[in-house]
Design a protein around this ligand. Structure first.
Ligand SMILES: Nc1nc2c(ncn2[C@@H]2O[C@H](COP(=O)(O)OP(=O)(O)O)[C@@H](O)[C@H]2O)c(=O)[nH]1
Ligand SMILES: [Mg+2]
Length: 346
């Protein structure tokens, strides 16, 4: 049963960097992972790419051939991919049934909020057995301005309603948030999206002309009650691990034992049923479905790490890295001495 993430978000929100970070994390954890680049304008792909849309179509060719601009060209590329869905399907099949796949989407927001092609492709994938979640990255910089935050809320809601997938919204680059000055509220206010009426003062100060419109959008977002955010600093291991757990829950991956998992002792094996179709009797996975625990799983920890005590935490982390480096050097030195000793003996 293949699982996957549809990674979307505006240009520069950190989609490709996130895919690369997730590839490194999963490889270190010994979990399978493959990345499919669906952005035909992605020329500097940082990660190893299992499938690349550029081998089907490139934005440059489309723009030259059809006289389209970059946005129209991008829509054409997605429509072309939809029409040639079997190209994608054949290549995905080669990755196997237990693959975990990240789809790195182009940044044009209309693709995940209005245009039908990405939605149709995603639905075809779901029909063919993929368990997908949309991971929508929004640059955390937007929460520093109330009006921009309202636009992010609307964008997130629109993508949720359009793609119709389990959805995880993420404030990316949270490690940079302190650079943009003091926030009007704690991070929790922005991630929980509980009572947006508090934005009224900030909205009348920053954009008085559009205050009523902004407040109407806020009340619409509240009425749906769907939008909330996780946070991400891609180089922070704890942050990546927490987000991975949230996504595993959203896709349902957490409820499926890994393919090589043996039947736990004391349970009766359902003979002839493949591992991925058996009910999950592994305590580890069931407990993983409970409330999240651990560092950075509470937004107040994230606030402390990146806003309230960033300098102290940075210094502490640097000291830990230094210690780790010294330990590695020391271990290498000792093993060299041991090797030399063994050679002298023989
Ligand atoms: N500080 C910081 N920078 C990030 C993070 N994620 C991405 N970036 C930077 O944001 C820029 C845009 O990222 P990219 O992955 O190309 O965005 P994309 O257009 O959404 O694929 C790059 O310079 C990245 O290094 C993050 O978590 N923290
Ligand atoms: Mg990219």
């Amino acid at each position: 049963m293949p699982f996957g993430e549809v990674v979307c978000g505006s240009p520069g929100s950190g989609k490709s960097t996130y895919c690369y970070g997730k590839h490194q994390l999963f490889t270190a954890l010994n979990r399978p992972i493959s990345i499919v680049n669906l952005d035909p304008a992605n020329d500097n792909i940082p990660y190893p790419c299992a499938i690349d849309i550029s081998s089907l179509i490139t934005l440059e060719d489309v723009m030259n051939e059809h006289g389209l601009g970059p946005n129209g060209g991008m829509l054409y590329c997605m429509e072309y991919l939809e029409a040639n869905y079997d190209w994608l399907e054949d290549r995905l099949k080669e990755l196997g049934n237990d693959a975990y796949i990240l789809f790195d989407l182009p940044g044009q927001v209309e693709l995940s909020t209005n245009h039908e092609s990405v939605k149709n492709i995603v639905h075809k994938l779901a029909k063919s057995g993929f368990r997908l979640a949309a991971v929508h990255l929004c640059d955390a910089h937007y929460v520093t301005d109330a009006a921009k935050y309202v636009s992010v809320l609307m964008l997130a809601l629109r993508a949720m309603l359009h793609l119709e997938l389990p959805h995880v919204n993420v404030l990316s680059k949270i490690d940079l948030i302190q650079q943009y000055g003091d926030l009007d509220f704690n991070l929790e206010f922005y991630t929980e999206v509980q009572d947006l009426s508090y934005l009224e003062n900030a909205l009348s100060a920053s954009s008085p002309r559009y205050k009523d419109l902004n407040m109407a959008i806020c009340s619409l977002v509240e009425d749906f009650g769907l939008v909330g955010f996780e946070t991400l600093a891609v180089e922070d291991k704890e942050s990546m691990l927490h987000l991975s757990r949230v996504i595993d829950k959203a896709t349902g991956c957490v409820f499926v034992p890994p393919p090589e998992a043996k039947q736990p002792p004391g349970t009766v094996e359902a003979k002839g049923v493949p591992a991925t179709a058996r009910p999950n009797v592994h305590a580890l996975f069931t407990s993983a479905a409970g409330p999240m625990q651990g560092p950075r799983s509470d937004v107040r920890d994230v606030q402390e790490r990146w806003v309230d005590a960033k300098e102290e935490w940075d210094a502490w982390e640097k000291a830990q890295w230094r210690k780790e480096g010294q330990m590695v050097q020391e271990a290498a030195r000792k093993s060299k001495i041991r090797e030399r000793g063994a050679r002298e003996k023989t």
